[in-house]
Ligand binder design. Structure first.
Ligand code: NOJ
Length: 605
């Protein structure tokens, strides 16, 4: 049991403690080695509480200790060889249907079907399809009105069946989005629950009576309080996301059974697995107590400690797997914001029978920044992150490798906002995605090096998150400053329509990002070392040079990347054969700006 008498180093030795301390340091922009300093490491939590008592209420330490003591397990750190699985070998590709747009087809699902040969040619094995269910689209489909119906503008259930068949015919798989932390407020469950306080659906959501103010101080991820007030019923209901995305109460067994039934229904239709939207938020600490203000200020969202790794999360995930996924041998990847690598292991280690993989996001934003800061991403942080998180001591843990999705500005633009090095950078990221240890998830547009979009005014922004934040910001700052922040972080950068002409052009161009991805995927597919091989990082102190090896059964690769726009020396071993590079295959002693190279090493001289 950890208590106020425990030292910082003891907290850090606990898997949750380590992730929480890392996350706090990250938010504060402080380096992780602070904890290794014996003076700091030996401080007890009680001493820190006294030192900081002006800023920290006891609620902060209670919340942290409760979290830590709720998880007795630690990830298995033995270097157990990974058991092979199709999803470790596959290359995934995320489709955001609203902007995948294939206008010559009658609807979006038919359009996707018409592009399967194209995706197969690129080397894609499995698709993650963002929501296509019936929805009022307050959050572009992440607000589901009917889990059993396709959004009419996207197609019909027949089109869905045709898509599943089309994928399977090509040896590809389909992973759908599973949004079960919340439903739309237009879902019949919510509608009935609101109308009738005796309805069995009342217990499916978090309804609370409260006089004149929200039942607690939690804030929504999309700005403002996390509670809606319904005057006719004089009742409040919880929504962690938009006002139309109502949180589901997983404590209610009947709700959980409805969800498992729905998941089985889709799996019986032929779907191969799910990406589980914000799945780590499904268990909320009973009582829904106020969030600690210090945690709120540090993590931006007050209340988050009460649900980001809730007390029954593991229990619910095990049940979901046992009752729905396991009978179909289905694949699961959880979207888990705020979960670090060690906690991630507790959600994914196979002996725990919870999830197969998770997406966590700490590598997408440099320390001390948030997505909405206008700053330049520093790739040397990515090197530090990978060195400490992808390392071999993580035993049989398996990672997801991605830089983009529908919730983030484009990574190439974060690193190089002027767009001077888009093409080499896009290829550099491609190499990392396809040669590090983990499963690559490409997002539509990665294969052409898609950049951020130019938006001229807030009217051009569609995203509910950005619009909510803008409305908040202009209360305290001039509109042009508020708009600059929105531009830095808006999710609409990733949601711009695909430029199919560019895709076709690059497909035919020998030196394109598209062809580079295609060739790299062929290489990865042909080599067990690049998938299951050992990963070793070299030159840990060279901030701007990322270099590592992958090896298995005598097969050996050396990969190096210049993480800056300044030239530097290559460290490639003599005798290594250059297979790939974003500056051609000539090699040489000097690495150009953002140059990346993949070598095969047969004998080291
Ligand atoms: C995560 C999804 O990726 C995002 O697009 C959505 O807004 C929230 N979850 C809420 O569903």
């Amino acid at each position: 049991m950890l208590s106020l008498h425990s030292k910082i180093c003891e907290v850090y030795a606990h898997p949750l403690g380590r992730d929480i301390v890392d996350k706090m340091l990250l938010e504060m922009g402080k380096p992780a080695w602070l904890v290794d300093n014996p003076i700091i490491g030996n401080l007890t939590l009680g001493a820190i509480q006294k030192l900081l008592s002006k800023n920290l209420g006891s609620g902060f330490f209670d919340a942290i200790l409760n979290l830590l003591n709720s998880e007795p397990d630690t990830p298995d750190t033995h270097s157990v060889p990974s058991s092979p699985a199709w999803w470790k070998e596959a290359v995934f590709y995320q489709i955001y249907p609203r902007s995948f747009g294939c206008d010559d087809e009658s609807n979006v699902l038919r359009g996707i079907l018409s592009k399967l040969d194209y995706l197969r040619e690129l080397g894609v094995d499995a698709i993650w399809l963002s929501p296509v269910y019936d929805s009022p689209n307050d959050d572009n489909g992440y607000d589901i009105r009917d889990y059993y119906k396709i959004l009419p503008e996207f197609g019909t259930m027949n089109d869905m069946d045709a898509l599943i068949a089309g994928l399977h015919k090509r040896g590809m798989r389909l992973v759908m989005d599973l949004v079960v932390n919340h439903t739309s407020d237009e879902h019949p469950w919510f509608q009935e629950a609101l109308r009738d306080e005796n309805s069995p659906y009342r217990d499916f959501y978090f309804f609370r009576k409260s006089d004149g103010k929200p039942p607690n101080n939690w804030v929504s991820f999309f700005s403002g309080p996390a509670w809606n007030y319904y005057p006719e019923q004089d009742i409040w209901a919880l929504h962690l996301f938009s006002k139309k995305q109502m949180d589901l109460n997983w404590e209610c067994p009947a709700l959980r059974e409805e969800i498992y039934k729905m998941v089985r229904w889709w799996l019986e239709r032929g779907v191969d697995g799910f990406r589980l939207d914000v799945i780590n938020y499904i268990s909320k600490t009973p009582g829904l107590h106020d969030g600690d203000p210090f945690v709120g200020a540090l993590m931006t969202y007050t209340g988050v400690e009460h649900y980001f790794y809730g007390p029954k999360l593991n229990e619910y995930l095990k049940e979901l797997r046992g009752k729905a996924f396991a009978p179909h041998n289905a694949f699961s990847v959880g979207e888990t914001p705020g979960i670090g690598t060690r906690m991630g292991r507790l959600l994914t280690d196979d002996y725990r029978r919870e999830l197969d993989l998770i997406f966590s996001f700490d590598h997408l934003v440099s320390p001390g920044h948030t997505r909405f800061d206008d700053y330049r991403y520093d790739l040397s942080y990515l090197k530090r992150f990978y060195q400490s998180h992808l390392n071999a001591d993580l035993g049989h843990g398996w990672n997801t490798l991605f830089f983009n999705n529908h919730d983030n500005p484009r990574m190439v633009s974060k690193i190089d906002p002027e767009g001077l090095y888009t093409r080499p950078l896009a290829k550099l990221l491609a190499v990392l995605q396809l040669t590090l240890r983990g499963t690559p998830f490409l997002f539509q547009g990665d294969e052409t090096g898609a950049c951020n979009v130019k938006f001229n005014s807030i009217e051009e922004i569609n995203d509910v998150e950005s619009r909510g934040l803008y409305a908040e910001l202009i209360k305290t700052m001039p509109p042009d400053k508020a708009f600059r922040q929105i531009l830095a972080g808006t999710r609409d950068h990733a949601r711009a329509p695909i430029n199919w002409e560019e895709h076709e052009r690059q497909r035919g161009e020998a030196d394109s990002v598209w062809r580079f991805y295609q060739d790299l995927i062929v290489l990865r597919r042909s080599s067990r070392a690049l998938i299951y091989g050992k990963l070793e990082f070299l030159y840990p102190r060279k901030k701007k040079l990322l270099s590592y090896t992958r090896s298995l059964n005598g097969e050996y690769f050396y990969i190096e990347a210049n993480l800056s726009a300044v030239k530097r020396r290559s460290k490639a071993p003599v005798g290594a054969v250059l297979l790939f590079g974003n500056y051609g295959k000539s090699g040489g002693k000097i690495l150009h700006p953002y140059e990346v190279r993949v070598y095969r090493v047969t004998s080291i001289v």
